[in-house]
Write a protein that binds this ligand. Structure first.
Ligand code: C2E
Ligand code: MG
Ligand code: MG
Length: 353
């Protein structure tokens, strides 16, 4: 239904009007024998000069509905120009991502690689691949934003496959240059893991040869395990059987206890940055991080610390037996050429020492 109100109504009065409409529907109609409940949501749009047709007004109303807050007392929302801006931004990002997947745009989307340092060997043993998106009018888009959007718009499976291929190609180029024993970790969305046919896709993908699979690692976040533990664990078992290592990302932020992790088909836990950043603030009392390390070791897992930014953190992690560290202290995520140069410099200079 559309209700048109006279000009210049104050926001508060409009809200009251809307609330009354909603309340008048709280009582299910008692006509006949079946009670009919009606759910109402109200979007309020101020008609302005740019609304040159009813369609334009309705369009604004439609893009306002998704902004209704889930737990609001009344499902009422006012149109705001920022909503239109954010929709335009989403549309633009989605268009570029579709072009990227369709092979029409090879520039906007790329991967950066952040080195991982093995504390025992004092060598760079691999990289984490991190997705990057740069759009002319919008600048750099944070991965948290475009990955979440791709998940929402059901584009993550195709985008995820594209990312896998870019990472595999990078591994192939390194192996072609004689760089062996270096792993590349790819972040995998929970939606990809839950998709039927994901493992079959991996088995058939022409770019995933045996040598590539052996050097590849998947990072999965803890939060996806919450609802689909059994199903995901089965998929992880199949993935590991293919030779891909599996790492539990952002560990400590989700629900899992070390006991459930004992049954998970993973090789590594990555302790979330939150725990690492605590170390410099509470260096001596910080038992949690050292406990996580020793308990993970007891169940046979490797431990990576992410977000290591200063030497104090490194010293603490070294002292408590953490296996691998990653973070700005070692290096920021790098473009491919810089990543390879960094790897060569670091490992060669270690050999000389
Ligand atoms: P993540 O997998 O936990 O990646 C680590 C994030 O921490 C990255 O942020 C990295 O740039 C940042 N980081 C690394 N070292 C430090 C440090 O020392 N200090 C601080 N403050 N930050 C550090 P980024 O690149 O913005 O990625 C954010 C998240 O987006 C990732 O978290 C991951 O969940 C997701 N993501 C990134 N690339 C992909 C991808 O290809 N696929 C999927 N599904 N998700 C991705
Ligand atoms: Mg990760
Ligand atoms: Mg992480």
């Amino acid at each position: 239904f559309v209700v048109v109100s006279g000009s210049g109504e104050a926001e508060e009065r409009l809200r009251k009007l809307a609330e009354r409409r909603i309340c008048s529907c709280d009582d299910p109609g008692s006509e006949g024998t079946d009670l009919q409940y009606v759910d109402i949501q109200i979007a309020i749009v101020e008609i302005q000069a740019r609304h040159t047709s009813t369609d334009k007004i309705l369009q604004d109303a439609l893009l306002t509905f998704p902004h209704i807050e889930e737990n609001a007392a009344h499902p009422i929302v006012f149109f705001d120009e920022r909503m239109e801006k954010s929709l335009q931004r989403e549309d633009k990002i989605m268009k570029v991502l579709r072009d990227v997947i369709g092979g029409k745009d090879e520039i906007s989307f790329y991967l950066e690689y952040q080195p991982k340092l093995d504390l025992n060997k004092s060598r760079i043993i691999g990289f984490e691949a991190l997705a990057r998106l740069r759009i002319d009018q919008l600048g750099q888009i944070p991965p948290d934003e475009f990955i979440a959007l791709a998940e929402k718009k059901l584009l993550i499976n195709e985008l995820g496959n594209h990312i896998l291929q870019l990472a595999a190609d990078f591994l192939g180029r390194m192996q072609g240059q004689g760089i062996e024993d270096i792993t590349v970790a790819v972040n995998i969305s929970g939606i990809q893991l839950l998709r039927e046919g994901f493992v079959e896709y991996l088995q058939r993908a022409p770019y995933l040869s045996g040598r590539i699979l052996q050097a590849m690692e998947f990072e999965i976040t803890e939060s996806v395990l919450l609802e689909h533990y059994e199903q995901i664990n089965e998929t992880l078992e199949q993935i590991k059987r293919m030779g891909i290592a599996v790492s539990l990302d952002d560990f400590g932020t989700g629900f899992s206890s070390l006991s459930t992790i004992g049954e998970l088909h993973i090789d590594t836990v990555k302790i979330d940055r939150f725990f690492i950043s605590r170390i410099s603030r509470l260096p001596d009392q910080d038992l949690i991080t050292s406990d996580i390390i020793s308990m993970a070791h007891k169940i046979g897992l490797l431990v990576v610390a992410e977000g290591v930014e200063d030497e104090r953190q490194e010293a603490y992690l070294r002292k408590h037996g953490c296996d691998i560290i990653q973070g700005y202290l070692i290096s920021r995520p790098l473009a491919e050429q810089d990543a390879v140069a960094f790897l060569r410099d670091y490992n060669d200079s270690e050999r000389e020492q």
